[in-house]
Design a protein around this ligand. Structure first.
Ligand code: NOJ
Length: 729
């Protein structure tokens, strides 16, 4: 008997023994974070009335709850204990957006593996991660949890992280079930306001928003979570089109679907369901197997079955899917399952990994006159800014179980690095990133004057990004800009390190700085990673997984936009200031852009500098005429022309020049991280297929059309080294 058939049989046999209330119990998930277990909860567990719990972080309570479920309920079905292990459990890795900036899915997989080990020890068998919503609006706070704007990049991370959490064998004691979320279109919330409406034509949904989910399903993700938002009028939690037709029937997903937190109940507010009973009905019919936190299933499923509104078959299918995952996870055999023991301290290996990930995620945006790296012989340095020595804020959003005592801040790391060899003048200057108190401005300027260089750690606190933390203004909060401007009066080399959960509009303030490192929220090993980069032990190698806008008014701005009939790069643009007063209305010759800021973003997708220079040459495509079922190769030579060994992310983009539905001006189709010694040249070759050049037509069929394509290989999405190929009939 194959493993799958064996599991099917076990699930079927168990289902046959269950009463209707026990079946419904498996579909109920509730949160419990207190350090006691009330009698009514114990009773529900004994009755088999709960299938899963989340946030049970007190180890003794976690263990006792499992013990009651396994030992004292009639059928002894273990609970699947869930937790938001988003970018680490005890060891906090960089936020997902930062992990995407590494362009190193294998590394992200290792981080997820380490997080799974820690979380499993703490009594969790399920994480609500990875989040793979495509995010093209930096106002949306949850962009921090995403892999950025591109479906190809996000798909690679989604699959890798699923594999990392789940390991090679889901039943291994250190494997936890992953959860692909939020299905679907959550990142397309209007105006970047969390939870807001998404209107997405289905072909765009399929070409842009769904590919990471498909990749996660192909990587055998155990669970999927519905999104809070509606898509085109139908809330995701009641959306049979996406949950049944696409996810299950087309893609063959055979894990189970959980609603997001009270998302069933929220269908009433959406104006899609009349009451909780209606919500239970619509969610189950749509394909939601487990309800998180609200009680529509618990209170109404039995009644709906008794009334014949819902068939027992529908219920059985949902329960079977849940039981199958419980069997696959080996929950019935994990011995004993009720012995949660969170790690007392992060293991050395995990710390090391956290540093490596942080190091590779940092993006060098500006480095005028080779200000960075700073000389290791520096005698005096000013370390400033509200985030220079904050062991909490650098951990980022969704840090649930990491501890500040494990964090090494930039100040500590710089002190460790320089020891007694340099004078370190530390002054935060502002108590927090939001502070508007200017009382420390004069002493800050004084300290800058006393130093050979200034390092200023600016950014956003953790809580300013993440769920429910959208912002309309994306500047540095509080008086940070003003303080940086003040310090720049010292004339000393000024290095800005930005720690944030999203792209910030740092164009103006960057003008005051000589160098800018964008470090996101790097996690536990923030300080050591940054110190290595600042003093040149390693060269920065992160690349932006999302376009940086000049200003909020430019949003949405993403690299894979359409060309339009009036592309702005084809005409010379008149800027607002040079339009004569009382000029006659005229549109001739102008283009898709703004009068005041043009059309270019602050930094393009894929952008990131190094301490060395990489030269790209000899781009080749072979063969350059292919049929739709065929493969081909594209290659380029990359040379490290500088003096320092460094890593580069080589990126490959294509454009379908003419199609029956217009295509984006560029689409990422390949990338590879390479390491080159000074003066070394490497030939980087990509295996491509004509089949990957297609798109969904208006009948929702994936098609590959014959025609001419442009192909670029380079260090960012503005790469101009180009070759051509053709797909022939
Ligand atoms: C709501 C969030 O949207 C989801 O991502 C998270 O997993 C659940 N809450 C549980 O905390």
């Amino acid at each position: 008997m194959s493993e799958d058939t064996n599991i099917d049989k076990k699930a079927k046999d168990l289902l046959a023994k269950m009463t209707l209330p026990e079946k419904i119990g498996q579909m109920v998930q509730i949160a419990h974070s207190s350090d006691t277990i009330p009698e009514d909860l114990k009773q529900r567990l004994r009755e088999g009335g709960i299938g899963s719990m989340l946030n049970v972080t007190v180890p003794e309570i976690n263990s006792e709850i499992q013990r009651i479920a396994v030992r004292e309920s009639r059928l002894g079905i273990p609970l699947i204990m869930g937790r938001d292990v988003i970018h680490g459990y005890r060891t906090i890795f960089p936020i997902p957006l930062a992990q995407a900036a590494t362009w190193d899915p294998q590394l992200a997989k290792e981080c997820a593996r380490a997080a799974a080990r820690e979380a499993a020890a703490a009594g969790f068998q399920w994480t609500f991660a990875p989040m793979m919503d495509i995010a093209r609006d930096p106002r949306w706070g949850r962009i921090a949890e995403s892999f950025g704007e591109d479906p190809f990049l996000a798909s690679r991370f989604a699959a890798a992280i699923v594999r990392g959490f789940q390991g090679d064998d889901l039943s291994a004691p250190d494997a936890i079930a992953a959860c692909a979320k939020h299905f679907a279109g959550y990142g397309a919330a209007e105006g970047g306001r969390d939870y807001d409406t998404a209107n997405i034509p289905e072909n765009l949904l399929r070409d842009v928003y769904l590919p990471p989910f498909k990749a996660a399903v192909d990587a055998k993700v155990a669970t999927v979570m519905t999104a809070f938002n509606e898509i085109n009028g139908v809330p995701s939690t009641g959306n049979a089109r996406i949950l049944r037709s696409i996810l299950r029937e087309e893609w063959g997903f055979c894990g189970f679907v959980v609603s997001d937190w009270r998302a069933t109940a929220e269908m009433i507010d959406h104006g899609f369901c009349e009451d909780m009973k209606d919500a239970a009905k619509k969610a189950l019919i749509a394909g939601v197997d487990m309800e998180m936190q609200s009680s529509a299933y618990r209170d109404h499923l039995l009644e709906l079955i008794e009334e014949g509104v819902i068939s027992v078959k529908l219920l059985d299918d949902a329960v079977t899917r849940i039981l199958r995952i419980k069997f696959q996870l080996g929950l019935f055999d994990r011995k004993p399952i009720y012995s949660a023991k969170p790690p007392e301290t992060p293991e050395y290996e995990n710390i090391d990994l956290a540093k490596k990930a942080a190091l590779k995620s940092v993006v060098l945006l500006k480095n005028q006159n080779k200000t960075l790296p700073l000389s290791r012989k520096i005698r005096s340095i000013a370390v400033m800014g509200p985030l220079a020595d904050d062991s909490y804020e650098v951990l980022g959003t969704w840090n649930r179980d990491g501890r500040v005592e494990d964090t090494v801040t930039p100040l500590t790391a710089i002190r460790n690095y320089l020891g007694a060899s340099a004078q370190i003048h530390y002054l935060a200057g502002l108590e927090s990133s939001r502070s508007a108190n200017t009382s420390q401005f004069a002493p800050a300027l004084e300290k800058a004057r006393q130093s050979e260089a200034v390092l200023f750690f600016a950014g956003e606190e953790s809580i300013l990004s993440g769920e429910a933390h959208s912002r309309a203004h994306l500047n540095l909060p509080g008086a940070q800009d003003a303080l940086i401007a003040e310090i720049s009066k010292s004339g000393k080399p000024l290095v800005l390190v930005i720690l944030a959960g999203r792209p910030l509009t740092i164009g103006d303030i960057s003008e005051k700085a000589d160098a800018v490192l964008y470090a996101w929220h790097p996690g536990t090993m923030c300080g050591p990673a940054l110190a290595d980069l600042i003093f040149g032990i390693e060269a920065p190698s992160g690349k932006l997984p999302v376009t940086f806008p000049k200003t909020e008014g430019q949003i949405p701005v993403y690299y894979a936009h359409k060309n339009t009939g009036r592309p702005p790069d084809k005409v010379s643009l008149t800027m607002m200031d040079s339009i004569p007063l009382r000029a006659q209305q005229s549109s001739l010759g102008d283009a898709a852009r703004y009068l005041d800021i043009g059309y270019k973003p602050l930094y393009p997708f894929g952008y990131g500098l190094s301490y060395t220079t990489f030269i790209y040459a000899n781009i080749r495509i072979s063969p350059d005429k292919i049929r739709s079922g065929e493969g081909f190769k594209a290659s380029v030579e990359v040379t490290n022309a500088g003096e320092m060994e460094a890593e580069e992310v080589v990126q490959l983009y294509v454009r379908d020049r003419t199609a029956s539905l217009t295509r984006p001006v560029k689409e990422l189709k390949g990338f590879e991280r390479i390491r080159l010694k000074p003066k070394e040249t490497k030939n980087v070759s990509f295996d491509l297929s004509a089949g990957a050049m297609g798109f969904h037509n208006s009948a929702m069929e994936y098609i590959v059309e014959p025609g001419k394509f442009d192909l670029w290989i380079g260090g960012d999405s503005h790469a101009d080294l180009m070759a051509e190929f053709q797909i022939i009939e």
